[in-house]
Ligand binder design. Structure first.
Ligand code: DX5
Ligand code: ZN
Length: 220
């Protein structure tokens, strides 16, 4: 069973990049639990987004935890910069570096929560041996790189398998899903055992006056 009521983590990739501070304030006031920050490097994924200086500038616009999703390689050299910028959870892809356990320990040694991200084709086995060291597992239900893509149904089975594995360990490990989350897919992710949902398009559609309703719809 999920250990928490579902947490909603709006992905600011779908926000107005010319007004990111105000956008973060708006989703915070609208009931978001975390702020999802998608960091892309233009070679691990084919898009380039948010550096640590931008994260640092955004830090003062909310007290909510920053849920930082690194889609970069190598990972380790940039972890301290995102910690200094105000990240609370730092998640990375096991494909992005040869020493997954070392990267987890690096993040934890800096006092932050560590997460691993599984791409649609990446099996649970990629993190099985480090699952107990993690604070969060993020299941990608789209291929990383862009917002607004269609949810990949096959990932529901992986979410269910992870729920079993986490429950068997008996540790507090968040199970988050990222990509194509809308009211319909959110319901199915929660039923499969997810307890945190990233949503870009589904939260930011319609502008600030709609954020509270959008977040509430995903939760229920
Ligand atoms: C994709 C990102 C996602 C993305 C989700 O690489 O990791 O966080 O912004 O966007 P939606 O919710 O629009 O699929
Ligand atoms: Zn993401």
């Amino acid at each position: 069973m999920p250990q928490h009521p579902v947490r909603i983590s709006p992905s600011i990739l779908s926000a107005d990049f010319a007004a990111l501070g105000r956008e973060i304030e708006a989703v915070s006031a609208a009931g978001a639990d975390w702020i999802h920050v998608d960091v892309m490097d233009g070679h691990f994924v084919p898009n380039l987004t948010i550096g640590p200086m931008v994260v640092k500038a955004l830090r003062k616009h909310t007290v909510l935890p920053f849920d930082v999703h690194l889609m970069i390689t190598p990972v380790d050299p940039l972890v301290p910069a995102y910690v200094d910028a105000g990240a609370d959870t730092i998640s990375f892809h096991p494909e992005a570096g040869p020493h997954v356990h070392r990267t987890i320990q690096l993040i934890k040694s800096l006092g932050k929560r560590a997460g691993c991200v599984l791409n649609p084709a990446t099996p649970l086995a990629a993190i099985e041996n480090v699952l107990g060291d993690l604070d969060l597992v993020l299941v990608m239900s789209v291929n990383p790189g862009y917002g607004g893509q269609v949810f990949i149904e096959s990932q529901l089975a992986k979410i269910a398998a992870l729920r079993k594995a986490i429950d068997a360990l008996g540790k507090k490990i968040d199970l988050e899903v990222d990509g194509g989350v809308n009211v319909d897919t959110a319901r199915r992710c929660i039923a499969a055992g997810a307890d945190a949902l990233v949503a870009g398009t589904a939260v930011f559609t319609g502008g600030p006056s709609k954020y509270a309703d959008n977040i509430k719809a995903l939760r229920s």
